[in-house]
Design a protein around this ligand. Structure first.
Ligand code: IMP
Length: 206
């Protein structure tokens, strides 16, 4: 991974970039953030790509890199992928990189929330943060990493069943709403993913 001196060699404005994700919510957040820039974001769905690599990395950067390199290899397009998760202090900062598998290990999302909230009640520690690492694999197969995180708290009761993943139980610091209660624009002003994506946008446009 390295910093590029002449990024125009690696990325040409108005070119298509693949965002490697089949997560409807992530694609919606990311397309919204790129909306005002002349960069065409293509999703896996638009290319009818369903195949995904095994996320065998032990941290967010490794998994993001596995996905962006995979997307670049199968399409030839510059490709970026994010790997994200929530770190909950009462769970010793888990599930982190295993956030997706963790929530899926419960029968329902609500069962997962109940368990997390019971741990918060026991420990009386409700601090948590979300983290995102994004890897951009350029046409020339260089990898660049962009990161973002957001601090917050786990709520006592899950909010309405909107959003994805842990959105209904995470309230970013300084806000009275959970991610699930925020509009797309509100979440995109503060989220871990938007912080990392804005760094990527700066890189691509400046
Ligand atoms: P992955 O990055 O697609 O491997 O999955 C990360 C998992 O972390 C998701 O399936 C969600 O459970 C959780 N996650 C990541 N970002 C968010 C978010 O913005 N809101 C809620 N949950 C998230």
């Amino acid at each position: 991974m390295r910093l590029l001196k002449n990024k125009k060699k690696y990325f040409h404005q108005n070119k298509k970039i693949l965002f490697f994700s089949n997560n409807f919510y992530k694609v919606r957040e990311i397309k919204n953030l790129f909306k005002k820039h002349s960069i065409d974001i293509i999703s896996l769905k638009e290319l009818s790509v369903e195949k995904e690599p095994l996320e065998s990395g032990i941290n967010f950067i490794e998994n993001a890199k596995i996905k962006s390199e995979f997307g670049n290899n199968i399409t030839g397009l510059p490709c970026f992928a994010d790997d994200s998760g929530i770190c909950i202090e009462a769970l010793n900062f888990k599930p982190g990189v295993y956030s997706k598998r963790y929530i899926e290990s419960f029968n329902t999302r609500n069962d997962c929330f109940k368990y997390i909230i019971s741990k918060i009640r026991k420990t009386k520690i409700n601090r948590a943060y979300f983290k995102t690492s994004i890897c951009l694999t350029t046409e020339n197969k260089h990898n660049l990493i962009f990161e973002g995180s957001v601090e917050g708290n786990i709520t006592n009761i899950p909010s309405k069943d909107n959003g994805f993943g842990y959105d209904p139980i995470f309230k970013p610091a300084g806000f009275m709403k959970t991610f699930a209660e925020m509009t797309l624009t509100e979440k995109n002003k503060v989220s871990h993913r938007s912080i990392a994506i804005n760094k990527l946008i700066d890189f691509l446009t400046n």
